[in-house]
Design a protein around this ligand. Structure first.
Ligand code: DAH
Length: 349
């Protein structure tokens, strides 16, 4: 009897089954309980002997139930640990790596092309003085060329008037960097200067109030138009391949003479069809610019350096190059900060 019960207890598959078994054997109407209650009907001799046996059986059974309960609880914990285990060797969630803005990429490529030709890349301020943006570049007040640059003029916040010794603006082109660089460096040199420029004009698919330019300036002895054309041709071939060509059309910019607009012949490698792409302005540095720079140097107590020097300059629009290359139909896409647009220019590494 006790042996059979003990086998059942040790085989109880769950805590619930064990509890049911305990009730069946030791509950108020349990099998063993009934036997204990039946003791009173036995004669005294048999009662003592049978009572002792049954009580011992009760203790053994209770101990066995307790032991089995402990076993089942441990097994349940072990099972839960197994089921909820984390595999710490699984690869983690990747941290999203961003990518350079498409204009940053194109600008970096342009700067790289010129750096490999020995140019130094420099930067200038976006908040600029009227003097560097216009006057020193041979664009005096009331010169009609200032109309080409509808300008964001700045005014000082109350209390900051002292910082505005001279009129300030958001630069309308990167050309003022020419003046700044010449005023503090000794020729010969070759520089490019990338950056943002600002125009106060209506926005449409090809115009934005802010866009990017790359300025170039080379100054030395006996620099010629041929050097300018050679530099731009090298750039065109680096950008568009060995079939690229450069064309000059006479144009006017107050800080160069002669001045040109330049276009690049680009052949579609798939169709073989070609077309001229207008990329920017260029020319030979105007003597008035060299004079303005020397005057500025003199004011600062530096020697005049630019008399008799020659040089060329060029400026081009970065958005235009990116739009042509990637067939981007609207300049406003660059600055809307939409991931759907920006993620298309993820660089493979
Ligand atoms: N600064 C001119 C513009 O924004 C572009 C330009 C023309 C730059 C001729 C030059 C140049 O350096 O030589 O319209």
């Amino acid at each position: 009897m006790l042996e059979d019960w003990l086998i059942e207890v040790r085989a109880a598959p769950t805590l619930e089954a064990l509890e049911a078994l305990r009730v069946r054997l030791l509950g108020k109407k349990g099998e063993l309980t009934r036997k204990l209650k039946a003791l009173k009907d036995l004669p005294p001799e048999a009662r003592r002997e049978e009572g002792k046996k049954l009580n011992e059986a009760k203790h053994v059974l209770e101990a066995a139930i307790k032991e089995r309960a402990e076993e089942l609880k441990k097994a349940a914990i072990a099972e839960r640990l197994r089921a909820e285990a984390e595999d710490v060797t699984l690869p983690g969630l990747g941290f999203p790596a961003g990518n350079l803005h498409v204009l940053t990429q194109v600008m970096g490529e342009l700067v790289g092309i010129f750096e490999r030709m020995g140019y130094r890349a420099v930067l200038g301020p976006e908040v600029e003085e009227e003097f560097y943006n216009f006057d020193a570049l041979n664009i005096p007040p009331h010169h009609p060329a200032r109309d080409m640059h509808d300008t964001f003029w700045l005014k000082p916040a109350p209390g900051f008037e002292a910082r505005f010794k001279r009129p300030m603006l958001l630069r309308t082109h990167t050309s003022p960097i020419q003046v700044r660089y010449m005023a503090s460096h000794t020729p010969p040199f070759k520089i490019v200067a990338p950056g943002k420029v600002y125009r106060h004009e209506a926005t449409d698919a090809t115009h934005e109030a802010m866009f990017h330019q790359l300025e170039g300036l080379v100054v030395g002895d006996a620099i010629t138009m041929a050097d300018l054309k050679g530099a731009l041709l090298s750039m065109a071939r680096a950008l568009y391949g060995p079939t690229a060509r450069v064309n000059f059309r006479p144009s006017y910019f107050p800080f160069v003479e002669p001045g040109v607009e330049f276009e690049v012949w680009w052949e579609n490698p798939k169709t073989g069809e070609g077309r001229w792409l207008e990329l920017g302005g260029a020319g030979m540095v105007h003597p008035a610019v060299f004079r303005a720079v020397d005057d500025l140097r003199e004011e600062k107590g530096l020697p005049r350096l630019y008399e008799g020097k020659t040089g060329f300059a060029f400026g081009l629009g970065v958005e235009r190059i990116a739009m042509l290359r990637y067939q981007i139909p609207d300049i406003r896409y660059f600055f809307q900060n939409r991931l759907r647009f920006l993620e298309q220019f993820r660089e493979e590494v």
